[in-house]
Design a protein around this ligand. Structure first.
Ligand SMILES: NC(=O)C1=CN([C@@H]2O[C@H](COP(=O)(O)OP(=O)(O)OC[C@H]3O[C@@H](n4cnc5c(N)ncnc54)[C@H](O)[C@@H]3O)[C@@H](O)[C@H]2O)C=CC1
Ligand SMILES: O=C(O)C(=O)Cc1ccc(O)cc1
Length: 303
């Protein structure tokens, strides 16, 4: 491990720079501030001056700036928390300015495309550890962040043989564990297929069902708004997510999402057939499987 990465009793890093202190970045900063075990010094970088002011007011960083290159000069770890589509551009700005031996990591929701975007900017003396905390909400920006966001949630790491040193992987794993998360390592391609089904497709369905309900607005608008039961409300929560972030996710995980969507449409078609032909067994079996999944999820969470 790099000698600037302190032992477990002390903060993990001397200086941690969070680029993009929105929901995810601000949550890391809140946690770092609360516990003092992540870094001695916290620097936040954002392109948006309004967000920079908010981060200052929240008091979650020692320094707040719009100048990414100067901010990272003395960092031990630089965490990119910007939308997936901005990762490559931000890496191209910061990597040349990082000190030798420092760690670069990101929190992007897709991994293959983010790695492809960042890799051309890497240097042999910088370790890059891609990561993805499987925790979030439909809110964005610095005010959305909170210290407990990652408690008992997974953070998936997709280290690369050629650019992620063992000590850097260990440090990033420790960082997320100190944020409250459980960590798991997997290949980037596997990550993207898993997330396509458990995260990206559900968001696609939520955006679509709200759009469809809105298209039917002439007949149903008042009913949608007035009588929306909890099922539809659950979809609207997810559908309130940030459009730029989700555009970037869909476009950067195109193949896996289209594959899972095709499979979903086949299964939805089978459900339609069962309803049309009165196939009660099929309908009950499908609903029963949904129930089981929900129960095992709740069980796992409580455990
Ligand atoms: N929202 C969620 O639930 C989750 C998001 N992620 C991923 O984490 C990343 C951040 O997501 P959120 O925190 O939700 O986004 P957010 O929209 O809340 O925050 C992004 C921040 O990045 C800033 N930013 C954008 N471009 C920038 C640039 N070029 N330089 C500096 N700052 C820049 C924005 O001003 C904003 O403050 C994304 O890649 C997303 O895919 C990962 C897990 C969960
Ligand atoms: O708000 C929700 O339900 C989420 O699923 C949040 C979320 C969004 C994007 C991710 O990459 C991971 C988690």
């Amino acid at each position: 491990m790099d000698d600037r990465i302190a032992s477990s009793a002390n903060p993990l890093f001397d200086t941690l720079v969070v680029i993009g202190p929105g929901l995810i970045g601000a949550s890391v900063l809140h946690r770092a501030r609360r516990d003092g075990t992540l870094a001695r010094r916290l620097i936040a970088v954002d392109v948006n001056p309004v967000f920079r002011d908010r981060v200052r007011e929240l008091g979650i960083a020692d320094e707040v700036t719009g100048d990414a290159a100067s901010a990272v000069a003395d960092a031990d770890c630089v965490m990119l928390c910007v939308p997936v589509g901005a990762m490559g551009e931000v890496a191209a700005t910061v990597v040349p300015a990082m000190r030798s031996g420092a760690i670069l990591t990101d929190t992007g929701s897709t991994k293959v495309a983010v790695i492809e975007a960042i890799k051309p900017s890497l240097r042999p003396d910088i370790s890059y550890v891609p990561a993805h905390p499987m925790a979030g909400t439909e809110f964005s920006g610095p005010d959305a962040g909170f210290a407990t966001l990652f408690d008992d949630r997974w953070c998936l790491l997709t280290p690369l043989q050629d650019v992620s040193s063992d000590s850097a992987v260990e440090a990033v794993e420790t960082l997320w564990q100190r944020c409250g998360a459980r960590t798991r390592t997997m290949a980037p391609e596997h990550h993207d297929r898993v997330c396509a089904i458990v995260s990206h497709l559900p968001h696609l369905l939520a955006f679509t069902i709200c759009g469809t309900a809105d298209d039917l607005a002439d007949q149903t608008r008042s009913e949608v708004l007035d009588f929306a039961a909890s099922g539809f409300r659950d979809f609207t929560r997810i559908a309130a997510s940030d459009p730029i972030m989700w555009r970037d996710i869909f476009l950067s995980n195109r193949e896996a999402i289209l594959e899972m969507l095709a499979r979903f449409m086949e299964d939805a078609q089978a459900m339609a057939r069962a309803i049309r032909w009165d196939d009660s067994d099929y309908i009950v079996d499908r609903i029963e499987r949904g129930r089981q999944i929900r129960r095992s999820l709740i069980g796992n969470h409580q455990a």
